[in-house]
Ligand binder design. Structure first.
Ligand code: GLN
Length: 322
Protein backbone atom coordinates (compact mmCIF):
# COMPACT_ATOMS: atom_id res chain seq x y z
CA UNK A 1 0.00 0.00 0.00
CA UNK A 2 1.18 3.51 -0.85
CA UNK A 3 2.38 5.48 2.17
CA UNK A 4 0.40 8.69 2.72
CA UNK A 5 2.78 11.67 2.52
CA UNK A 6 2.62 15.22 1.20
CA UNK A 7 4.95 14.22 -1.66
CA UNK A 8 2.62 11.42 -2.66
CA UNK A 9 -0.32 13.87 -2.69
CA UNK A 10 1.64 16.28 -4.91
CA UNK A 11 2.14 13.44 -7.41
CA UNK A 12 -1.50 12.35 -7.16
CA UNK A 13 -2.63 15.91 -7.89
CA UNK A 14 -0.39 16.16 -10.96
CA UNK A 15 -1.70 12.80 -12.24
CA UNK A 16 -5.31 13.89 -11.81
CA UNK A 17 -5.16 17.54 -12.87
CA UNK A 18 -5.32 16.79 -16.66
CA UNK A 19 -8.86 15.44 -16.16
CA UNK A 20 -9.98 19.04 -15.57
CA UNK A 21 -9.86 19.58 -19.34
CA UNK A 22 -12.91 17.32 -19.80
CA UNK A 23 -15.04 19.39 -17.41
CA UNK A 24 -16.59 22.84 -17.34
CA UNK A 25 -16.56 25.55 -14.71
CA UNK A 26 -20.00 26.55 -13.40
CA UNK A 27 -20.17 30.19 -14.48
CA UNK A 28 -23.18 30.94 -12.28
CA UNK A 29 -20.85 30.96 -9.27
CA UNK A 30 -19.28 34.41 -8.69
CA UNK A 31 -15.52 34.51 -9.41
CA UNK A 32 -15.75 31.23 -11.31
CA UNK A 33 -14.22 31.52 -14.78
CA UNK A 34 -11.84 29.76 -17.16
CA UNK A 35 -8.79 30.84 -15.16
CA UNK A 36 -9.64 28.41 -12.35
CA UNK A 37 -10.47 25.41 -14.53
CA UNK A 38 -7.24 23.56 -13.68
CA UNK A 39 -7.29 24.20 -9.95
CA UNK A 40 -7.03 21.04 -7.94
CA UNK A 41 -6.37 20.74 -4.23
CA UNK A 42 -6.66 18.10 -1.55
CA UNK A 43 -6.42 17.80 2.22
CA UNK A 44 -6.51 14.50 4.07
CA UNK A 45 -6.87 14.26 7.84
CA UNK A 46 -6.46 10.80 9.34
CA UNK A 47 -8.37 9.59 12.37
CA UNK A 48 -4.99 9.66 14.19
CA UNK A 49 -4.92 13.42 13.62
CA UNK A 50 -2.26 13.59 10.91
CA UNK A 51 -2.88 16.14 8.19
CA UNK A 52 -1.59 16.09 4.61
CA UNK A 53 -2.29 18.57 1.82
CA UNK A 54 -1.25 19.45 -1.71
CA UNK A 55 -2.16 21.61 -4.69
CA UNK A 56 -4.75 24.38 -4.43
CA UNK A 57 -5.84 23.29 -0.99
CA UNK A 58 -6.18 26.86 0.31
CA UNK A 59 -8.71 27.94 -2.30
CA UNK A 60 -12.11 28.80 -0.76
CA UNK A 61 -15.15 27.74 -2.76
CA UNK A 62 -18.90 27.52 -1.99
CA UNK A 63 -20.13 24.31 -0.41
CA UNK A 64 -22.97 23.94 -2.91
CA UNK A 65 -24.34 20.41 -2.62
CA UNK A 66 -21.84 19.26 -0.02
CA UNK A 67 -24.10 21.27 2.32
CA UNK A 68 -26.77 18.60 1.77
CA UNK A 69 -25.10 16.20 4.22
CA UNK A 70 -24.96 18.83 6.98
CA UNK A 71 -28.62 19.70 6.38
CA UNK A 72 -29.54 16.02 6.55
CA UNK A 73 -27.70 15.60 9.86
CA UNK A 74 -29.63 18.51 11.39
CA UNK A 75 -32.99 17.25 10.12
CA UNK A 76 -32.24 13.77 11.51
CA UNK A 77 -31.39 15.33 14.87
CA UNK A 78 -34.56 17.41 14.82
CA UNK A 79 -37.11 14.89 13.59
CA UNK A 80 -35.52 11.42 13.60
CA UNK A 81 -35.08 8.97 10.77
CA UNK A 82 -38.67 7.86 10.43
CA UNK A 83 -40.10 11.34 9.99
CA UNK A 84 -37.31 12.52 7.65
CA UNK A 85 -37.79 9.55 5.36
CA UNK A 86 -41.51 10.05 5.28
CA UNK A 87 -40.72 13.33 3.53
CA UNK A 88 -37.83 12.21 1.32
CA UNK A 89 -36.88 8.78 -0.05
CA UNK A 90 -33.62 6.89 0.40
CA UNK A 91 -33.30 5.51 -3.11
CA UNK A 92 -30.64 6.39 -5.69
CA UNK A 93 -31.82 8.14 -8.84
CA UNK A 94 -30.66 7.86 -12.45
CA UNK A 95 -31.68 11.40 -13.47
CA UNK A 96 -29.78 14.67 -13.10
CA UNK A 97 -29.63 16.26 -9.64
CA UNK A 98 -32.11 19.01 -10.51
CA UNK A 99 -34.58 16.78 -12.35
CA UNK A 100 -38.25 17.72 -12.17
CA UNK A 101 -39.75 14.65 -13.85
CA UNK A 102 -38.56 12.40 -11.01
CA UNK A 103 -40.96 14.17 -8.68
CA UNK A 104 -43.84 12.53 -10.52
CA UNK A 105 -42.27 9.23 -11.49
CA UNK A 106 -41.11 7.70 -8.19
CA UNK A 107 -43.61 8.55 -5.52
CA UNK A 108 -45.85 11.54 -5.91
CA UNK A 109 -45.39 12.47 -2.27
CA UNK A 110 -41.60 12.59 -2.03
CA UNK A 111 -38.32 13.07 -3.93
CA UNK A 112 -35.95 10.11 -4.38
CA UNK A 113 -33.32 11.04 -1.80
CA UNK A 114 -31.86 13.93 0.26
CA UNK A 115 -28.78 14.37 -1.99
CA UNK A 116 -30.65 15.77 -5.00
CA UNK A 117 -31.95 19.34 -5.02
CA UNK A 118 -35.63 18.54 -4.44
CA UNK A 119 -34.72 16.22 -1.57
CA UNK A 120 -32.42 18.76 0.04
CA UNK A 121 -35.02 21.53 -0.21
CA UNK A 122 -37.55 19.21 1.47
CA UNK A 123 -34.93 18.43 4.14
CA UNK A 124 -34.18 22.11 4.75
CA UNK A 125 -37.89 22.56 5.56
CA UNK A 126 -37.29 20.10 8.42
CA UNK A 127 -34.50 22.07 10.13
CA UNK A 128 -35.99 23.57 13.28
CA UNK A 129 -35.94 27.25 14.25
CA UNK A 130 -38.44 30.09 14.46
CA UNK A 131 -36.94 32.13 11.63
CA UNK A 132 -34.67 31.45 8.67
CA UNK A 133 -31.93 33.41 10.46
CA UNK A 134 -32.19 31.17 13.51
CA UNK A 135 -32.25 28.02 11.41
CA UNK A 136 -29.23 29.13 9.41
CA UNK A 137 -27.40 30.07 12.62
CA UNK A 138 -27.95 26.53 13.88
CA UNK A 139 -26.50 25.24 10.61
CA UNK A 140 -23.46 27.50 10.97
CA UNK A 141 -22.91 26.63 14.64
CA UNK A 142 -22.95 22.93 13.82
CA UNK A 143 -20.69 23.35 10.79
CA UNK A 144 -18.19 25.46 12.73
CA UNK A 145 -17.98 22.79 15.43
CA UNK A 146 -17.60 19.98 12.89
CA UNK A 147 -14.81 21.81 11.04
CA UNK A 148 -13.37 23.48 14.16
CA UNK A 149 -13.37 26.67 12.11
CA UNK A 150 -15.05 29.67 13.74
CA UNK A 151 -14.23 31.80 10.69
CA UNK A 152 -16.61 30.06 8.29
CA UNK A 153 -19.06 32.45 6.65
CA UNK A 154 -21.61 32.58 3.88
CA UNK A 155 -20.64 34.59 0.79
CA UNK A 156 -23.25 37.29 0.08
CA UNK A 157 -22.28 37.28 -3.61
CA UNK A 158 -22.78 33.55 -3.95
CA UNK A 159 -26.10 33.76 -2.06
CA UNK A 160 -27.33 36.53 -4.39
CA UNK A 161 -26.30 34.45 -7.41
CA UNK A 162 -28.11 31.39 -6.02
CA UNK A 163 -31.29 33.43 -5.60
CA UNK A 164 -30.99 35.12 -8.99
CA UNK A 165 -30.48 31.76 -10.72
CA UNK A 166 -32.89 29.79 -8.56
CA UNK A 167 -35.78 29.33 -11.01
CA UNK A 168 -35.32 25.56 -11.23
CA UNK A 169 -35.06 25.13 -7.48
CA UNK A 170 -38.19 27.29 -7.00
CA UNK A 171 -40.02 25.09 -9.51
CA UNK A 172 -39.02 21.98 -7.59
CA UNK A 173 -40.12 23.54 -4.29
CA UNK A 174 -43.49 24.79 -5.53
CA UNK A 175 -44.15 21.48 -7.22
CA UNK A 176 -43.52 19.78 -3.88
CA UNK A 177 -45.91 22.22 -2.22
CA UNK A 178 -48.58 21.19 -4.75
CA UNK A 179 -48.13 17.52 -3.83
CA UNK A 180 -48.13 18.17 -0.09
CA UNK A 181 -44.46 17.21 0.38
CA UNK A 182 -43.56 20.74 1.46
CA UNK A 183 -46.03 21.84 4.07
CA UNK A 184 -44.08 24.72 5.62
CA UNK A 185 -43.26 28.09 4.02
CA UNK A 186 -41.73 27.37 0.60
CA UNK A 187 -39.77 30.61 0.30
CA UNK A 188 -38.21 30.04 3.73
CA UNK A 189 -37.14 26.50 2.83
CA UNK A 190 -35.58 27.86 -0.38
CA UNK A 191 -33.89 30.75 1.38
CA UNK A 192 -32.28 28.39 3.89
CA UNK A 193 -31.24 26.06 1.06
CA UNK A 194 -29.63 28.95 -0.89
CA UNK A 195 -27.75 30.14 2.20
CA UNK A 196 -26.45 26.65 3.06
CA UNK A 197 -25.13 26.33 -0.51
CA UNK A 198 -23.25 29.62 -0.21
CA UNK A 199 -20.94 28.93 2.74
CA UNK A 200 -17.30 29.19 1.71
CA UNK A 201 -14.86 26.40 2.66
CA UNK A 202 -11.40 25.16 1.66
CA UNK A 203 -10.02 21.62 1.42
CA UNK A 204 -9.22 21.49 5.13
CA UNK A 205 -12.83 22.31 6.06
CA UNK A 206 -14.22 19.73 3.62
CA UNK A 207 -11.77 17.14 5.00
CA UNK A 208 -12.92 17.92 8.54
CA UNK A 209 -16.51 17.10 7.59
CA UNK A 210 -15.31 13.78 6.14
CA UNK A 211 -13.28 13.13 9.28
CA UNK A 212 -16.30 13.91 11.48
CA UNK A 213 -18.23 11.17 9.68
CA UNK A 214 -15.24 8.82 9.76
CA UNK A 215 -14.64 9.29 13.47
CA UNK A 216 -17.95 8.80 15.21
CA UNK A 217 -19.48 12.30 15.04
CA UNK A 218 -17.26 13.78 17.74
CA UNK A 219 -16.31 17.37 18.33
CA UNK A 220 -12.59 16.57 18.18
CA UNK A 221 -11.72 19.53 20.37
CA UNK A 222 -14.05 18.77 23.28
CA UNK A 223 -14.77 15.06 22.74
CA UNK A 224 -18.49 15.85 22.80
CA UNK A 225 -20.64 13.53 20.68
CA UNK A 226 -22.50 15.88 18.34
CA UNK A 227 -24.70 13.34 16.58
CA UNK A 228 -25.67 9.74 17.43
CA UNK A 229 -23.94 6.94 15.54
CA UNK A 230 -27.16 5.62 14.02
CA UNK A 231 -27.67 8.97 12.24
CA UNK A 232 -24.07 8.92 10.99
CA UNK A 233 -24.65 5.48 9.53
CA UNK A 234 -27.70 6.74 7.71
CA UNK A 235 -25.88 9.77 6.30
CA UNK A 236 -22.90 7.70 5.11
CA UNK A 237 -25.14 5.09 3.48
CA UNK A 238 -27.06 7.81 1.64
CA UNK A 239 -23.75 9.39 0.53
CA UNK A 240 -22.59 6.03 -0.78
CA UNK A 241 -25.75 5.40 -2.79
CA UNK A 242 -26.58 8.97 -3.88
CA UNK A 243 -23.79 11.40 -2.91
CA UNK A 244 -22.25 11.58 -6.38
CA UNK A 245 -25.69 11.98 -8.04
CA UNK A 246 -26.25 9.69 -11.01
CA UNK A 247 -22.59 8.61 -10.92
CA UNK A 248 -22.96 7.17 -7.42
CA UNK A 249 -22.86 3.57 -8.64
CA UNK A 250 -19.63 4.31 -10.49
CA UNK A 251 -18.08 5.85 -7.37
CA UNK A 252 -19.30 2.98 -5.18
CA UNK A 253 -17.38 0.63 -7.47
CA UNK A 254 -14.31 2.76 -8.20
CA UNK A 255 -13.86 4.57 -4.87
CA UNK A 256 -15.86 2.43 -2.48
CA UNK A 257 -16.34 4.88 0.38
CA UNK A 258 -18.96 7.58 1.07
CA UNK A 259 -18.50 10.79 -0.92
CA UNK A 260 -20.51 13.94 -1.56
CA UNK A 261 -19.91 16.39 -4.37
CA UNK A 262 -21.06 19.92 -5.19
CA UNK A 263 -21.24 21.87 -8.46
CA UNK A 264 -18.49 24.17 -7.20
CA UNK A 265 -16.17 21.19 -7.71
CA UNK A 266 -16.06 20.32 -4.04
CA UNK A 267 -15.92 16.71 -2.84
CA UNK A 268 -16.10 15.42 0.72
CA UNK A 269 -14.84 11.87 1.15
CA UNK A 270 -15.11 9.83 4.32
CA UNK A 271 -13.19 6.60 4.77
CA UNK A 272 -14.71 5.13 7.93
CA UNK A 273 -12.19 4.72 10.74
CA UNK A 274 -9.37 5.99 8.53
CA UNK A 275 -9.63 9.51 7.16
CA UNK A 276 -11.57 12.51 5.93
CA UNK A 277 -10.77 13.82 2.45
CA UNK A 278 -11.49 17.31 1.12
CA UNK A 279 -11.10 18.02 -2.59
CA UNK A 280 -11.48 21.22 -4.62
CA UNK A 281 -11.48 20.99 -8.43
CA UNK A 282 -13.84 23.47 -10.11
CA UNK A 283 -14.22 21.79 -13.53
CA UNK A 284 -17.28 19.53 -13.36
CA UNK A 285 -18.88 16.98 -15.68
CA UNK A 286 -22.50 16.99 -16.91
CA UNK A 287 -23.62 15.15 -13.79
CA UNK A 288 -22.18 17.81 -11.50
CA UNK A 289 -19.04 16.05 -10.24
CA UNK A 290 -15.49 17.45 -10.37
CA UNK A 291 -13.67 15.67 -13.19
CA UNK A 292 -10.14 16.05 -11.82
CA UNK A 293 -11.40 15.73 -8.24
CA UNK A 294 -13.24 12.51 -9.09
CA UNK A 295 -10.12 11.09 -10.76
CA UNK A 296 -8.15 11.99 -7.64
CA UNK A 297 -10.67 10.32 -5.31
CA UNK A 298 -10.47 7.12 -7.35
CA UNK A 299 -6.68 7.20 -7.38
CA UNK A 300 -6.53 7.73 -3.63
CA UNK A 301 -8.88 4.82 -3.13
CA UNK A 302 -6.67 2.51 -5.17
CA UNK A 303 -3.31 3.63 -3.83
CA UNK A 304 -4.33 3.91 -0.18
CA UNK A 305 -6.67 0.88 -0.30
CA UNK A 306 -9.71 2.79 0.87
CA UNK A 307 -12.39 0.69 -0.85
CA UNK A 308 -14.70 -0.54 1.90
CA UNK A 309 -15.59 -3.55 -0.23
CA UNK A 310 -11.89 -4.35 -0.40
CA UNK A 311 -12.00 -8.11 -0.39
CA UNK A 312 -9.31 -7.92 -3.10
CA UNK A 313 -6.89 -6.58 -0.50
CA UNK A 314 -7.20 -9.80 1.42
CA UNK A 315 -6.77 -11.84 -1.75
CA UNK A 316 -3.64 -9.98 -2.75
CA UNK A 317 -2.17 -10.37 0.70
CA UNK A 318 -2.86 -14.10 0.49
CA UNK A 319 -1.06 -14.32 -2.87
CA UNK A 320 1.91 -12.64 -1.27
CA UNK A 321 1.78 -15.28 1.41
CA UNK A 322 1.10 -12.75 4.17
N1 GLN B 1 -26.62 25.56 -6.10
C1 GLN B 1 -26.80 24.32 -6.81
C2 GLN B 1 -28.24 24.15 -7.16
O1 GLN B 1 -29.07 24.27 -6.31
C3 GLN B 1 -26.33 23.18 -5.97
C4 GLN B 1 -26.48 21.88 -6.66
C5 GLN B 1 -25.24 21.07 -6.68
O2 GLN B 1 -24.20 21.40 -6.09
N2 GLN B 1 -25.33 19.99 -7.40
O3 GLN B 1 -28.57 23.92 -8.30
Amino acid sequence: MQELTNDYLVEAIEDSRPFASSGNVNMIIPEYDETIRDYLGVTIITTDGECFAAGDNDKFIPMQSTSKIIGLMLALQDFGKERVFQTVGMEPMGDFFNSISQLESYDTSKPFNPMINAGAIAVSALIKGQTVDKRFNRYMDFLRKVTNNEQLEMSEEVYEAEKANGARNRSLAYFMQSTGTLVTDVEEALDLYFRMNSVMMCCHDFARVGLFLAKGGLDLETGEKLIPSHHLRTVKAIMMTSGMYNSSGHYAVEAGFPCKSGVSGSIIGSSPGRMGIGVVGPAIDKKGNSTAGGALIKKLSQDLELNMFGIENTERKNEDGI
